[in-house]
Design a protein around this ligand. Sequence first.
Ligand SMILES: Nc1ncnc2c1ncn2[C@@H]1O[C@H](COP(=O)(O)OP(=O)(O)OP(=O)(O)O)[C@@H](O)[C@H]1O
Length: 273
Amino acid sequence: MSADAQPTPAAPAPTDGPPVLEAQGLGVALGGQQILSGIDFAVRPGEVVALLGANGSGKSTLVRALLGIVPTDAGTVRLFDKPLGNGVPWNRVGYVPQRLPAATGVPANALEVVASGLLTGRRLRPPRDARRRARAALEQVGLADKARRPVHELSGGQQQRVLIARALVRDPDLLVLDEPTSGIDIPTQQTFVDTVQRLHAGGATILVILHELGPFAPLIQRALVLRHGRLVHDGAPPNPRDEHAAPGHQHTHPHPDPEPPNAGPTITIEVTP
Ligand SMILES: Nc1ncnc2c1ncn2[C@@H]1O[C@H](COP(=O)(O)OP(=O)(O)OP(=O)(O)O)[C@@H](O)[C@H]1O
């Protein structure tokens, strides 16, 4: 079904019940450096939470740690009230990494990459309706006509949309997005935000890394702000202002952390759950 074909329902309020996602005393060390320390927060069912912070503040590392992609060295993570591990219902989690893993030389076409989003944990064979669902997800991100194209032939923005479709195909209850609209043109960004809004209206919980709230601003109920690997704000999202409030503003330009803790290399290995 086309993303433009449906009206966007009103956003529901977060509900009570155990947190969908919870970190307590979370710490991560990578390459001998302490990247995250003492991270405590919980995301309630139905919340839309933005994770903000300067370049290198630890946002991507935090979501990777929450999803078990990088190891933690302190604290605990719970997803759907289960400790990180095989007990987590991974089929309910959609994750959009910042970029396609091994973006060059992936032999799969767009449809196959999207259908791979239906394989989780012990499910090694796609469900019978995998291709139909993958096509529908590609349609939602405006790439139905690219279904048979090898992903390495697609532009960076199109690859990003394939990753979004791969997360959407699960119809996830928790959607975790790492700068999902960077490199995507403004009309497509809005289509994607509408899709996320519909998912939220259906009850999904959303955690999204953003540099600026940008087109996500109307959806965001709460913001977490990281600085040098520590949580320095958990509450109301910032007001868009100055040039960032302008409709045509490019929200994806870099905002370097003014005092990086060190100048170590950024390693971008991506392994999705
Ligand atoms: N595998 C790794 N080994 C060593 N250091 C790492 C590794 N991954 C990330 N880092 C370092 O951790 C810090 C936080 O990186 P991270 O990518 O989480 O930040 P970020 O806030 O997501 O930045 P950006 O907005 O640029 O994506 C950086 O200093 C980065 O160099």
